[in-house]
Design a protein around this ligand. Structure first.
Ligand SMILES: NC(=O)c1ccc[n+]([C@@H]2O[C@H](COP(=O)([O-])OP(=O)(O)OC[C@H]3O[C@@H](n4cnc5c(N)ncnc54)[C@H](OP(=O)(O)O)[C@@H]3O)[C@@H](O)[C@H]2O)c1
Length: 186
């Protein structure tokens, strides 16, 4: 069923979306968390669809390590206009408008999808993405392949996950050599 009917208002199904950048050899960061390799595609006035993508989401799921990285860069909340869940296995005090979430990821996604709303963005990192993939909780993946091979780092995809069939929805390439692939996950 693609649409839910609640009180005669039609509500669209919410999708869990990934929008992430990786090196051609599959890394999202250096081993120490450094993501400066992304600068090779920086270009005035070009955000590779990110701001348009953000308009389609109202909720963000983010791994504790990625959140810490963003916090160290000086942002309390990387998405102040959205509902943000920081995923952690330990009990932590909420931080202003962001909430720590310690329970089951499936429980969280099921609860979010049961409410009306826009799409749900998993803002990384790899550990949380792999946990979601393992439980088949991701609906679409947008990957920007950065034209660099890091040789080592934090791999986007870990081994020993179940197989996922994909459908390519869109592929774009840009002047700086970034290739963006948009897949639906079955
Ligand atoms: N290239 C890009 O576009 C991009 C995007 C996002 C992030 N990054 C980079 O990725 C790096 C971080 O990625 P990462 O894979 O190391 O870490 P991560 O996924 O951001 O965070 C891992 C942490 O999330 C919690 N966690 C993960 N799975 C869980 C589960 N199933 N249940 C409960 N809690 C869970 C744990 O927190 P606790 O330890 O607190 O229990 C774990 O240590 C950073 O350097 C960041 O900058 C890059």
């Amino acid at each position: 069923m693609n649409r839910l009917n609640r009180n005669s208002t039609t509500t669209k199904d919410r999708k869990v979306m990934i929008f992430i950048a990786m090196s051609l050899d599959g890394y999202i960061a250096q081993l120490d968390g450094d993501i400066s390799f992304l600068s090779v595609v920086e270009m005035e006035g070009e955000d590779y669809g990110y701001s348009e993508f953000l308009k389609s989401v109202d909720t963000v799921i983010i791994g504790r390590k990625t959140y810490d990285h963003v916090f160290e860069m000086g942002f309390d909340n990387p998405h102040p206009d959205k509902e943000v869940y920081i995923i952690s296995r330990s009990e932590q005090a909420d931080n202003g408008s962001t909430k720590y979430f310690k329970g089951s990821l499936k429980g969280l996604v099921d609860e979010l999808k049961a409410k009306p709303g826009e799409n749900i963005y998993c803002d990384g990192g790899a550990e949380v993405i792999n946990a979601l993939l393992t439980e088949n909780l991701i609906d679409e993946i947008i990957i920007s392949v950065i034209p660099v091979m890091l040789g080592a780092g934090i791999p986007l995809f870990k081994s020993e996950r179940p197989e996922n069939k994909l459908e390519l929805l869109k592929a774009n390439h840009y002047d700086k050599g970034l290739v963006q692939l948009h897949y639906k996950v079955y």
